[in-house]
Design a protein around this ligand. Structure first.
Ligand code: ROI
Length: 169
């Protein structure tokens, strides 16, 4: 498969989401902190969306957004960066699978690469069935092709919206 040379900028998509302790503020701070990184450039940021929890229903609604960046960081270096920002945001998991969390930063797409690594699977395995990823992504990059799955616009059209709403700022 075609691979860009080491360090050549790749278009990547990050999913942001959380449902504890002022999640909209956490999402905004994560955006700023990513944008401040030397090897990251923001290309687009979606609206913030309010979405129903996927997983146990006895938890608050989520705030979700997606961010397109250009980065020269390699995939695992970008993952390290995302995890360090999650820890700065005091990421708390309450133990329960698919339970509430302060902030998740998911590496959804890394250029056109398909990655199967013990720490990282790209495209993100949940991407095609998560309205809180596809709807924000259809807002900023409807024509983007997801390796093996097709175009965002069509994927979003096929995915039930499950009551997702744009949050009024
Ligand atoms: N549900 C929604 N709506 N948004 C999320 O970001 C989200 N993240 C998760 C799980 C617990 C799967 N549910 C979610 O990790």
């Amino acid at each position: 498969m075609h691979r860009p040379p080491e360090g050549a900028p790749a278009l990547c998509v990050i999913g942001l989401g959380g449902n504890l302790d002022a999640p909209a503020d956490r999402v905004r701070r994560a955006r700023e902190s990513l944008g401040r990184q030397e090897r990251v450039r923001e290309l687009a940021f979606s609206s913030l969306y309010k979405s129903r929890p996927m997983g146990p229903q006895d938890q608050p609604d989520y705030v979700n957004a997606v961010m397109a960046i250009e980065t020269s960081l390699a995939p695992l270096d970008l993952l390290d960066l995302l995890q360090s920002i999650e820890s700065l945001e005091g990421r708390v998991r309450l133990g329960e699978r698919w339970g509430p969390r302060t902030l998740d930063l998911d590496l959804l797409l890394y250029g056109d690469q398909v990655i199967q690594h013990p720490r990282l699977v790209v495209p993100h395995p949940g991407l095609a069935v998560r309205e809180f990823v596809l709807h924000p992504l259809a807002e900023i990059l409807p024509d983007l092709e997801v390796p093996g799955l097709g175009r965002i616009r069509e994927l979003a059209e096929q995915c039930p919206d499950n009551g997702i709403e744009v949050m009024v700022p």
